[in-house]
Design a protein. Structure first.
Length: 64
């Protein structure tokens, strides 16, 4: 069970890392939450991104 949980944590971390790096690789000035979901491979939802935004925990240069 613990190995399965570690694998899930690693997948979650990889998705979150991809999300934080995505704005640097995006050809546009704007990056929506929906785009973030795509970059995370649907591992992170629009609702979760809204939650992070409400905490002020968002990529550098973003605005709401």
């Amino acid at each position: 069970m613990k190995q399965s949980q570690n694998l899930e944590n690693e997948k979650w971390q990889a998705a979150e890392d991809a999300l934080w790096e995505a704005p640097e690789n995006w050809p546009s000035e704007f990056f929506t939450r929906e785009t973030g979901v795509v970059f995370s491979g649907d591992s992170i939802s629009v609702v979760h991104l809204a939650y992070l935004d409400s905490r002020g925990d968002r990529p550098k240069g973003s605005f709401s």
